[in-house]
Design a protein around this ligand. Structure first.
Ligand code: AMP
Length: 284
């Protein structure tokens, strides 16, 4: 396994593979790898001859009050995991390698702007986050130039926004998604779970419960509707279902950013549900 720090080394290696007709799958991460990341790496291995993983805690996607400084960075552990998973190349750039021309304290001269897709969910509570994500993913895609990029369903808004960028700007990459990997009690695996106290960790699975409850209640709506009116299966979303569950989380001490049901791919609040369409229930 190669461990490289420069764009140049990534490009040289990948272009060598491509000259041999090999396919490349890319898994972008911020490190502190866990079973969730490994599921992405597995998917990547199944799709391509070579897997590239990037480990970069991207400063431009963190808000000023967020955890950039304390974000875990166990590099040796990450390299070890990648080696065991048969990764071909790990790209671990310094900040200066990625953003050499940035001027401290000055806004960049050019950024992405996102319409509609970041009005809700984390786009609403983490201003500027997805613009930073697109900036780094755009750069990484241009550096690695993979055939496939693998993302996790845990960050579903990120997946839809990145997929949209790839489509609208004709990135020659196929974006794939892997289901959320969870601990036995239902908590989504996350590098940030190490921040949880023992008490908070014990409570945290309530998030998954809330999502599942909302999903079940909505499905019951469908079942009732079928009995009452088999013709038109569109059902109104009872927003009480969502507000009751977020209230229950609040009562249990959660600081709820949102518990929402949104349409795809535009990620707008869903007022009705129609069969055959894809909706997302998300909580933070
Ligand atoms: P991160 O290192 O947190 O930026 O995540 C890197 C990639 O791994 C993103 O595409 C995430 O959505 C994905 N990921 C993180 N945790 C999980 C999980 N529990 N299940 C599935 N994918 C995940």
């Amino acid at each position: 396994m190669k461990h490289v720090k420069t764009k140049h080394e990534v490009r040289a290696t990948v272009s060598g593979w491509k000259a041999e007709g090999k396919k490349v799958a890319f898994v972008p991460t911020m490190g502190a790898l866990h079973q969730g990341h490994l599921a992405l790496i597995n998917k990547a291995r199944a799709l391509a001859d070579h897997v590239v993983v990037s480990v970069f805690v991207n400063p431009t996607q963190f808000g000023p009050e967020e955890d950039f400084d304390k974000y875990p960075r166990p590099l040796e552990h990450d390299l070890d995991k990648c080696r065991k998973e048969g990764v071909s190349l790990v790209f671990v750039p310094e900040r200066s390698e990625m953003y050499g021309r940035e001027q401290p304290g000055k806004r960049p001269l050019l950024t992405f702007s996102i319409n509609r897709m970041n009005e809700h969910l984390c786009g609403n509570t983490r201003k500027g986050h997805f613009e930073g994500v697109l900036q780094v993913v755009c750069k990484l895609l241009n550096i690695v130039q993979p055939d496939f990029m693998i993302l996790g369903q845990k960050d579903i808004q990120q997946y839809f926004i990145i997929r949209q960028m790839a489509e609208e700007f004709d990135f020659p990459v196929e974006v794939k998604i892997v289901p959320t990997q969870r601990d036995k009690d239902g908590l989504a695996l996350s590098s940030r779970n190490v921040y949880l106290s023992k008490e908070d960790r014990a409570m945290a699975p309530m998030l998954f419960d809330a999502i599942q409850k909302v999903s079940r209640r909505l499905m019951e709506g469908f079942a009732d509707d079928e009995i009452n009116d088999g013709e038109d299966q569109t059902i109104e979303v009872d927003s009480l279902i969502l507000s009751k569950e977020s209230e229950r989380l609040r009562e249990n001490g959660f600081n709820v950013d949102y518990l929402s049901l949104v349409t795809t791919p535009d990620l707008q609040p869903a007022e009705t549900i129609q069969p055959g369409r894809l909706y997302v229930i998300a909580v933070a």
